[in-house]
Design a protein around this ligand. Structure first.
Ligand SMILES: Nc1nc2c(ncn2[C@@H]2O[C@H](COP(=O)(O)OP(=O)(O)OP(=O)(O)O)[C@@H](O)[C@H]2O)c(=O)[nH]1
Length: 671
């Protein structure tokens, strides 16, 4: 049965043999940027002079009439935040509930002092007040303040660098609401964790010679802008090398290396994404039914219950949408997880919410995906709404999925029954979506197209029975397309990395259960001292199936129990807050309030070369290297070191405004 949680599968080891290629990343970090010229706001009686566009504004104006730059909000950062009413933004701007809760606490908390450098690839306006306005810088330029902070924190870091060891890092466990469903008997917290093996952690600090220097340059060609940049991992070694995961010194133990087993199915995490009401849950329910995971009896029950509530058409969706609220509203709100077997795969189905309010939840599912089914509603008007550049989740979901590293996608053009199984409609949708997917970085060869109807069971498992579809579509069914996906790669040679998406407290036993996807390494019963961004777990328990102990390998979804979650290790804390735009920073399952504090350089979208240093603003579809400061610590790695912990998104006002990768962690100060 499907579960409203992001964990649960405990398949045995599988043989992943494919060189699942990720982004091609080729990035050259630009060092030693010239500090931008300081521009100060000047005032005359009755007017203030905009430092950015030089327009003379009336004294009563709080922002520049021409370029929109805010007047002096950063003179006192804390009060600036207050004056700009974080609450107000949340209330009136359409920011997500999560953003509201993040920002509500902001004004009371001490700013952190770590700066993070991101190379962002952006389909949307980078930071915007409306869809056409450029990034609004504060006046006077925040660059000065950032530089001051950077210099200051660099000095502090240099002073501390020698005397602090990584084990000095401490912080308290943070309780946080997570996006995915809460089991009735459990309590969840600390969704922003990543779990790493002790081996990997204890190597932190021993590699001052920066093994990352030896790491080959990696390539990443982003889906969003075909940008290609040269990366020199560890270029920030003065602040970073001591913290990087030492893969060079890591040697996996024998049990960590699985023996290939021929007849085992490979696990495939498959996210079902797409615009609201496109039929994702219905399709998922159908797949479960057709693969025998839902019995006739159960299906009959769903049909009866749905009919009783006047929602007969949602019967299949009810197999996934289990909560009363979801059923009442007829929408998915959290990621539902279900399993079925195809010929080649143990499929872990991640049915994502399509409503724009629940994109953060969708991101949690997308972070675990190896591949995705993008469900598109073929009916007139609905398809167009999904492709709308301002609020279409077809676009946003496709982009997010690609940015999380899934490079294979099946486009299921659903509800073909509504358009009379029209070939013309299918072709028109394929043309438009195909162009968009290409711009996201999906290769044509990694995209497959299936016209289908979930309701009428056309082209899901077997050949279509409706002659209107049969007459022109001879391609594979949805099951066939799933089996054509390349198996995901796994990497046992690296230390254990597992971003934790869910933690459930089991107070009577004094245990907690941690759930997530193993991104690298392996885990078994009794693995000791696993450390996370917010905790140490003492010893893992409960890895078994039917009473048999299990070893779990990377790319598995896993849930295990451990004795305790106590004080913190492995965190980047203290961040300097400067910018004034409030953003949500998403990384694996973590979300954190953030600000862009500096735009370091604009990049040519095709070549990745720096076209301008320290630009004043970013417009839609531009690519740039920016510095981002976070409100609270999250677990993060440079993309070149650990892809799973190095992919990030920025969201604001309920929209994804930028996607990118962490190229450098500028500063890490310890409390
Ligand atoms: N005609 C027709 N209707 C369909 C088809 N698939 C789904 N629907 C209907 O579309 C509506 C929405 O279906 P859901 O499965 O809840 O859509 P969803 O994408 O999961 O919705 P969210 O998760 O809230 O975004 C329901 O009324 C379904 O019966 C189809 O193939 N044909």
């Amino acid at each position: 049965m499907p579960r409203k949680v992001n964990y649960g599968v405990d398949y045995d080891e599988d043989d992943y043999d494919d060189g699942y290629e990720d982004y091609d990343y080729d990035y050259d970090v630009q060092e030693n940027f010239e500090e931008p010229e300081t521009k100060q706001e000047t005032t005359r009686p009755g007017v203030w002079h905009c430092p950015i566009c030089t327009f003379d504004n009336e004294d009563s104006m709080s922002s520049c009439d021409i370029c929109g730059v805010l007047r002096n909000p950063l003179v006192n950062t804390r009060s600036g935040i207050k004056n700009n009413t974080v609450d107000g933004m949340s209330k009136y701007s359409g920011a997500s509930i999560m953003a509201k809760s993040l920002f509500e606490s902001w004004q009371h908390s001490t700013p952190n002092k770590t700066l993070t450098l991101l190379q962002l690839t952006d389909e949307f306006v980078m930071v915007e007040c409306n869809s056409s306005s450029p990034f609004k810088f504060d006046a006077p330029s925040p660059d000065d303040l950032v530089s001051k902070g950077l210099r200051l924190s660099k000095a502090v870091l240099r002073a501390n660098n020698n005397k602090l060891s990584s084990s000095d890092v401490t912080s308290s466990v943070t309780e946080k609401k997570t996006a995915v469903g809460l089991p009735s008997n459990g309590k969840r917290f600390a969704s922003s964790s990543a779990l790493m093996s002790e081996d990997s952690y204890s190597s932190v600090g021993e590699n001052a010679s920066s093994p990352s220097n030896k790491v080959q340059q990696q390539s990443l060609s982003t889906s969003l802008n075909n940008i290609s940049l040269n990366v020199k991992p560890g270029s920030s070694k003065n602040v970073n090398a001591g913290r990087a995961i030492s893969n060079a010194h890591y040697k996996p133990e024998k049990w960590m290396l699985p023996e290939p087993v021929e007849d085992r199915l490979t696990q495939l995490n498959l996210a079902i994404v797409g615009h609201v009401d496109s039929g994702k849950s219905t399709l998922s329910g159908r797949l479960l039914q057709l693969s025998g995971r839902i019995s006739q009896k159960e299906m009959h029950k769903y049909e009866k219950e749905a009919k009783l509530q006047g929602k007969g058409s949602f019967a299949y969706a009810w197999a996934l949408d289990e909560s009363a609220e979801e059923r009442e509203r007829g929408i998915t709100m959290t990621v539902a997880v279900a399993y079925f077997d195809s010929k080649r795969y143990h499929v872990v189905l991640l049915d994502s919410p399509g409503h724009k309010d629940f994109v953060p939840n969708m991101i949690s599912g997308a972070a675990q995906a190896d591949a995705a089914i993008l469900v598109i509603d073929a009916s007139v008007g609905s398809f167009e709404a999904g492709m709308d550049s301002t609020g279409g989740q077809t676009r946003e979901h496709a982009q997010l999925i690609r940015s999380f590293g899934a490079d294979q996608i099946i486009v299921a053009i659903n509800k073909m029954d509504v358009v009379e199984y029209s070939k013309e409609r299918f072709d028109a949708i394929k043309l438009q979506v195909g162009t968009f997917l290409r711009s996201c970085g999906f290769k044509d060869s990694s995209v497959s197209w299936v016209p289908l109807s979930a309701i009428e069971n056309q082209k899901l498992v077997v050949a279509a029975s409706d002659s209107r579809l049969l007459s022109w579509y001879k391609g594979p069914s949805l099951f066939g397309a799933i089996d054509s996906l390349r198996p995901p790669a796994r990497d046992y040679s690296k230390p254990l990395v597992m971003p934790i998406c869910d933690v459930i407290k089991l107070p009577p036993q004094g245990l907690v259960s941690a759930c997530g996807k193993l991104e690298a390494g392996a885990l078994r019963n009794g693995s000791k001292k696993l450390k996370t961004s917010t905790s140490i777990t003492r010893r893992s328990h409960g890895l078994n199936r039917n009473g048999c102990p299990l070893i779990l390998y990377c790319r598995k979804n896993v849930c295990f129990s451990c004795e305790s979650l106590v004080s913190n290790q492995y965190t980047y804390s203290r961040i300097l807050l400067l910018g004034n735009e409030k953003l949500e920073f998403h990384i694996h399952h973590a979300r954190e309030a953030a600000r862009v504090v500096k735009i370091l350089s604009l990049l040519d979208s095709r070549t990745g070369k720096v076209t301008k240093k320290a630009p004043r603003c970013l417009l839609a579809k531009q690519s740039a290297v920016v510095e981002v400061a976070l409100q609270e610590a999250v677990c993060v790695e440079e993309f070149s070191t650990c892809k799973a912990l190095g992919r990030v998104f920025l969201r604001a006002l309920g929209r994804t405004i930028a996607v990118g990768v962490v190229t450098r962690i500028i500063e890490e100060l310890r409390e």
